[in-house]
Design a protein around this ligand. Structure first.
Ligand SMILES: CCCCCCCC/C=C\CCCCCCCC(=O)N[C@@H](COP(=O)(O)O)[C@H](O)/C=C/CCCCCCCCCCCCC
Length: 211
């Protein structure tokens, strides 16, 4: 992973994550999240409790990807099939498989909806748009429903420390603001497609509420 964040690389990883048959490659899905974490790390320590959580989830998935059953973890579809067929998922309450690939990826999947909603707000925002408002509206429409009160409060405090819209656009390293908006317009359908494919797969297998 390169040191400097680039929106273009996020776009590339999510593009690469889709196979011709619309399966989602775990390797690139994880790489996309790693890029996003590098962006969050550049925002300061106030976000470290969030990035630690994402990093630990990425690590769990990477361990599966490099473990002895790695061939079963090539795509999200193969992971779901393998873990369900081998009863490796805690379906109703946490038990002997508290860190299955399916439940771990579900947490990132829910966060992908937040990202999609936030980036769409950013893309269509006016010059005086507030990133903290965009972030918290997107959060309330997605992840917040899955988080307890304490986390929601901590996240609300972190949002107040977000830099302004101009800084966000600059850190994306994608040229001037018009170019960033264009690239966001290109990235969002890809992120939305990856999200929807995963959502449909999880819904079909009754995995959307994994503990
Ligand atoms: C294109 C670039 C522009 C935007 C870049 C944004 C970069 C964002 C990077 C990461 C986003 C945060 C992902 C958060 C994943 C949260 C997963 C989760 O829900 N974990 C909770 C449940 O896990 P389990 O306990 O069941 O294992 C966990 O309890 C949560 C802990 C920490 C709080 C997570 C808050 C998420 C807030 C999302 C907004 C992030 C704002 C970042 C600002 C750029």
């Amino acid at each position: 992973m390169a040191d400097t964040f680039s929106l273009e690389r996020v776009l590339e990883t999510f593009r690469s994550s889709l196979s011709e048959t619309k399966e989602v490659y775990m390797k690139y899905y994880i790489a996309g999240w790693q890029e996003l974490v590098s962006f969050m790390n550049s925002l300061g320590n106030v976000f470290s409790f969030i990035s630690k959580d994402v990093v630990s989830k990425i690590q769990i998935l990477e361990n599966f990807l490099s473990g002895e059953n790695r061939s079963c973890y090539v795509t999200i579809q193969s992971m779901v099939k393998y873990e369900l067929e081998n009863e490796l998922v805690d379906l109703t309450k946490r038990g002997s498989h508290p860190e299955s690939g399916c439940r771990t990826l579900l947490r990132l999947h829910r966060a992908l909806l937040w990202l999609e909603l936030f980036l769409e707000r950013l893309r269509t925002s006016k010059e005086d748009g507030k990133t903290s408002v965009m972030c918290s509206e997107a959060y309330n429409e997605s992840l917040a429903q899955h988080h307890p009160w304490l986390i929601r409060k901590a996240v609300g405090v972190a949002f107040c420390a977000l830099p302004g819209r101009d800084t966000f656009f600059d850190v994306m390293n994608a040229g001037d603001h018009t170019q960033v908006v264009a690239l966001l317009g290109e990235s969002l359908p890809l992120i939305a497609e990856v999200y929807q494919i995963t959502e449909d797969l999880y819904a079909k297998n009754n995995l959307l509420e994994l503990p």
